[in-house]
Design a protein around this ligand. Structure first.
Ligand code: NAD
Length: 492
């Protein structure tokens, strides 16, 4: 039986997160007090919640009785002293260490010693917030995602002094509130904001070296199953917000080059291109503007070939064999080959392994990791490829069922490098005891809607292939960004 199942709850901060947390707690049956330092803010938040619930009733998504009961359980208070008998405080005030510290120190003078203190901080060390408390063991991170009523994930963040029993109570309580909780150790970015960094960083790096367009990169990652491409997602989040999370993870890691923020994004912020909210980011959101689409090649028949050979084995090679068989083109199979793809009259069209096409030869074209059903797929020819092969290679990709998106010859193209880096970051998080592999998978699927968790991708790919790809990126760029996680290297 959870200690907090019937706890009276105080939510401090009636902003976007606090109001959502109050709603979720009340819907789960708790009596909730809501406090905000700004006069009238808590009452206004409850009034706004009433309007939201009325809207849900009108749409038939919520029963009127549930809405009435939920609202009846929430009361605004004008002073923290009115909350002396609560058993749980969830803090969602301004993201500022000294403000959070002084709030909790003040609360210790008001609530009972067994009252659990939870912070919804998204970036501040839970260990640091607890510093100076009389009972630091009862302070724990309870990190919800926005919008709170809809997002399933709660990161339960333990600082150095957090009592494991308190973390467990918050873990169980989150489940009772309809959420999926994941334990995290208090480290920069916790789980989601840390592991997600490469999703943005790799695209920003590709754009900086002019390897592709925002529309093409977005199309490739959407085709891999991500709900939004990184460019449209950064435009939605706001480049200033996205940059500041990257900057805080970079600073908190003592300027580890792995997390270095992007010059390109800095320039966009300096120029006021903040994304949707300012009307322009990577894309133009002003009235009448048309969002550019990724290239769509006209349907093409298979180019002429004297000798066609399918290299490699496994699910991808089998998928290619099926596509070639459907066209009626005759081909040989070289299943013992150490690469996957097609050899056409001596030229090669092969799956990226992290090396560039130019490194691999003259008439070589590489294609990206196809993660989902056939669709937009990045490809790049060698700088030394002849014109005829540069023209034929994407037509072969069409034969194999893809919509080819031409990129510059950047190592590991788009999806392969992004997914490898997400796996690498997740592996480091597990290596450092931030979370378990299962926790990382759940967090990324529920916190940022990834189509699979990093360790699920790893199970489908192989550790040696991921490490080889990252090593090739590391050799190409030199620096710390593509440093392989010791956890991953050991498994390879
Ligand atoms: P917000 O600005 O919408 O709300 C903060 C509220 O706290 C305001 O109403 C403000 O008046 C009140 N406040 C400020 N200082 C206070 C104090 N000392 N005592 C009482 N009330 C005080 O902010 P938000 O987006 O709801 O974020 C709140 C917290 O949740 C932050 O720590 C933030 O990092 C975290 N968080 C935010 C998101 C998000 O997407 N917005 C997601 C996860 C976590």
């Amino acid at each position: 039986m959870n200690n907090l199942n019937h706890a009276n709850v105080l939510v401090v901060g009636a902003g976007i997160m606090g109001a959502g947390i109050a709603q979720v707690a009340a819907q789960a049956g708790h009596a909730v007090l809501l406090y905000d330092a700004r006069d009238g803010a808590a009452s206004q938040a409850i009034e706004k919640l009433k309007q939201t619930l009325d809207g849900l009733i009108a749409k038939g998504k919520l029963g009127a009785d549930v809405a009435t009961q939920t609202l009846a359980r929430i009361a605004a208070v004008e002073s923290l002293h009115e909350a002396a008998d609560v058993r749980l405080v969830v803090e969602a005030i301004v993201e500022n260490l000294s403000a959070k510290r002084s709030l909790f120190q003040q609360l210790e003078g008001i609530v009972a010693t067994d009252c659990v203190l939870a912070t919804n901080t998204s970036s501040i060390s839970v260990t640091a917030i607890a510093h100076g408390l009389l009972h630091p063991g009862r302070l724990v991170g309870m990190h919800f995602f926005n919008p709170v009523p809809l997002m399933k994930l709660v990161e339960v963040v333990s600082g150095l002094q957090t009592d494991p029993a308190v973390a467990l109570d918050i873990f169980d309580l989150s489940g009772a509130w309809g959420k999926v909780a994941v334990h995290a150790r208090s480290t920069p970015g916790f789980i989601v904001n840390r592991i997600a960094r490469p999703y943005y960083a790799e695209t920003l790096a590709l754009l900086q070296e002019q390897a592709g367009t925002p529309a093409a990169i977005d199309a490739c990652l959407r085709a891999a199953g991500f709900r939004m491409g990184p460019c449209e997602l950064m435009d939605l989040i706001g480049h200033d917000t996205n940059f500041s999370v990257t900057q805080s993870v970079f600073d908190a890691n003592f300027f580890d080059k792995r997390y270095v923020p992007s010059l390109l994004q800095r320039e966009m912020i300096d120029g006021g291109l903040l994304g949707r909210k300012s009307g322009r980011g990577f894309f133009d959101y002003r009235v009448g503007a048309v969002k550019p689409a990724a290239a769509a090649a006209a349907p093409s028949s298979a180019p002429a070939a004297q000798a066609l050979c399918l290299h490699g084995q496994g699910p991808l090679a089998e998928r290619f064999a099926a596509a070639l068989t459907l066209t009626g083109i005759s081909f040989e199979c070289m299943s013992t080959s150490d690469w996957i793809g097609l050899a056409v009259d001596g030229a090669q069209l092969r799956l990226t392994d992290g090396r560039t096409a130019t490194q691999l030869g003259a008439d070589v074209a590489l294609f990206d990791l196809p993660l989902a059903a056939a669709s937009a797929l990045a490809w790049a020819p060698s700088l030394r490829a002849c014109e005829a092969w540069t023209e034929a290679a994407p037509r072969w990709l069409q034969v194999l069922g893809f919509s080819p998106q031409r990129m510059a010859d950047a190592p590991a193209l788009v999806v392969a490098r992004t997914v490898a880096m997400l796996i690498n970051e997740a592996a480091d998080a597990v290596h450092q005891g931030v979370c378990t592999a299962e926790g990382a998978d759940a967090a990324m699927k529920l916190g940022v809607n990834y189509p699979a968790g990093p360790f699920e991708w790893l199970a489908r790919w192989d550790s040696a292939g991921v490490v080889a790809l990252l090593d090739a990126l590391d050799a190409h760029y030199r620096g710390e960004r593509y440093r392989v996680s010791p956890w991953l290297r050991q498994r390879a």
